[in-house]
Ligand binder design. Structure first.
Ligand SMILES: Cc1cc2nc3c(=O)[nH]c(=O)nc-3n(C[C@H](O)[C@H](O)[C@H](O)COP(=O)(O)O)c2cc1C
Length: 182
């Protein structure tokens, strides 16, 4: 990665700050194929889930990430109750861990403890994972539930939402991008 500088104040090494414009990653492959964890909460209680739908871009002259959460996700409660969240991408060795975190629910078990991942907190208290290779520390800008009348391609509704559990879209400012140098 380029555009990096040592991190000060609250973020533990071995991460370094990066300019999100200079990441050598393809956002579609990164999120769609490598997947990510969406993590939110407090030092008292956090939750995480795997996500492969989302994106990276620019909005309001800010670097942003968007994610979509179905209403039944336990993680959604934590995302809704807190102003910030993290998106974390992992090395291939963590694929099974991400699969587990994408099937089990924090409603029923202590997923983070069972995953073996190490929860850490940024200076402003945003949870993320030390094992990640890439961390986006994000602040919510917009939260909006998809409504049926907003779909231009209405064929998506029966295909993706046969049960009417429309995602909520969260568009978030990327406040910090943390990378581990290979
Ligand atoms: C590869 C993969 C991608 C997923 N992507 C999403 C997603 O983008 N949005 C979503 O709401 N759920 C997604 N899920 C489902 C959640 O990760 C899953 O329901 C999880 O168990 C929710 O955990 P929670 O109830 O603790 O929040 C995905 C699952 C997998 C395995």
């Amino acid at each position: 990665m380029i555009g990096t500088e040592p991190i000060e104040g609250g973020i533990r090494m071995p991460f370094v700050n990066a300019d999100p414009k200079k990441l050598h990653e393809n956002a579609i492959e990164l999120i769609g194929d490598q997947w990510m964890l969406v993590t939110a909460g407090t030092r008292a209680k956090s939750n995480t889930m795997t996500a492969s739908w989302g994106g990276l871009g620019e909005l309001f002259s800010k670097p942003v990430a968007y994610v979509v959460l179905r209403p039944q996700r336990y993680t959604k409660i934590f995302v809704d109750e807190n102003p910030t969240l993290s998106l974390t991408v992992f090395p291939p060795a963590y694929r099974k861990t991400l699969s587990y975190l994408g099937v089990a629910s924090g409603r029923n078990e202590d997923k983070i403890a069972k995953s073996g991942l190490t929860l850490a907190f940024s200076e402003n208290g945003t949870p993320y994972f030390e094992e990640a290779k890439l961390v986006f520390l994000c602040r919510k800008l917009i939260a909006q539930e998809f409504r049926p009348e907003c779909f231009v391609d209405r064929s998506i509704i029966p295909e993706i939402y046969p049960n009417g559990d429309f995602h909520t879209l969260y568009i978030c400012e990327i406040e910090w991008t943390l990378v581990k140098e290979a």
